[in-house]
Design a protein around this ligand. Structure first.
Ligand SMILES: [Zn+2]
Length: 357
């Protein structure tokens, strides 16, 4: 992984949040505190580079998916280019990560029962990756604010998935057609702008080709939602939210929850290389990113005869997501980039249970 690995994988402090923050302040990155968790731990963002195109990596929305944080530290440590600006949210759920650290120190045995599910959640017991539409938590509000202050051109959301009770290690593809150790998800969701869909898909297949070659792992493409039919998807997860807000994105996931330190080096490397390869790919695709559609579209939602409570809810949701609107007698008017039309339609359609007329 280039320079010396920052955290010794045999040490007791491999999952130490204090250690992560110490390291983060010594790798030549700018550091921002972008908000605080429920238990008032700082949410830290790293930055390197000065280029016009910006990539954001998000680690640890779920506290019990630890490989993603170390991968980010290693990547930022080794990144010395300036042409692409890289941002990273090191611990999106610092309370969950801290709980994970404590639980792991008490029980290090890799087992599917030791998935420390409470550490997936924030300190209020909320799964932050189901909160992007409601923004009910400190963490999601702070991260959303940060994302729209920097407006990244691409985001990777890094996760690990659960060791199932079907045994470990997962079978290799040669033994089992369904065996896999990593997954990726692009943005096929209904209402997502074509530009976002295409960039996300191209990025995904580029990464899959390189990583399958490096790891000899079968990478499963999986879509949790969005069968490209007419069903709207409520963007409770970050990936769907970003896609509907006009930001190309990928979900990158390795086997890992409940695995303790099993395969940890490879898990870290997988996330690390995802960060590295996507940055290289974006550099080679610069013109596509610079040609992002910027035009605005004027949307008029006819609310004549609509329930006034639903109208209030619609306006509150727009306000919550900082969408400017104009209320007229029988309608609401929104002027929005064409890449985000699907998001406003989603809010409208989910509340009024009908499409924009
Ligand atoms: Zn996760």
């Amino acid at each position: 992984m280039g320079k010396k690995v920052l955290i010794n994988l045999n040490s007791d402090n491999i999952f130490s949040c204090e250690n992560y923050l110490d390291i983060a302040s010594n790798i030549g990155a700018e550091i921002f505190t972008i908000g605080f968790s429920v238990e008032k731990r700082p949410i830290i963002a790293l930055k390197k580079g000065t280029g016009k195109i910006k990539v954001l990596f998000v680690s640890r929305i779920h506290g019990n998916e630890p490989a993603t944080t170390q991968a980010m530290l290693e990547f930022f440590n080794n990144y010395n280019s300036k042409d692409i600006t890289i941002f990273g949210i090191l611990l999106a759920n610092p309370d969950g990560a801290s709980l994970f650290e404590q639980l792991w120190l008490q029980n290090r045995e890799p087992h599917w029962k030791n998935s420390f599910n409470n550490a997936r959640l924030n300190a209020a017991g909320v799964d932050l990756n189901r909160d992007w539409f409601d923004l009910s938590q400190e963490e999601t509000r702070a991260i959303r604010r940060f994302i729209f202050s920097i407006r990244p051109d691409f985001v990777i959301d890094h996760h690990e998935f659960y060791w199932s009770d079907k045994g470990y290690p997962p079978k290799q593809p040669i033994e089992d057609e369904d065996g896999f150790m990593a997954t990726m998800t692009d943005a096929p969701f209904y209402g997502v702008h074509q530009f976002v869909k295409e960039i996300s898909k191209k990025a995904m297949y580029t990464l899959i080709e390189k990583l399958e070659n490096d790891f000899q792992w079968k990478i499963k493409v999986r879509h949790f939602a969005g069968k490209s039919d007419n069903n709207i998807e409520i963007p409770t997860v970050l990936g769907i939210y970003l896609a509907l807000r006009g930001i190309p994105k990928l979900l990158v996931e390795t086997w890992g929850v409940g695995c303790s330190t099993l395969l940890l080096e490879q898990r870290i490397k997988f996330h690390y290389l995802s960060m590295k390869y996507i940055t290289n790919w974006i550099r080679s695709e610069e013109s596509s990113f610079l040609n992002k559609p910027e035009s605005l579209q004027l949307l008029r939602y006819n609310l004549k005869d609509a329930d006034s409570r639903k109208i209030d809810l619609f306006l509150r949701k727009l306000g919550l997501h900082q969408i400017k609107f104009k209320k007229e007698k029988d309608s609401v008017i929104v002027n929005i980039p064409t890449t985000e039309v699907g998001f406003i339609d989603t809010i409208h359609n989910s509340i009024f249970e009908r499409k924009r007329m």
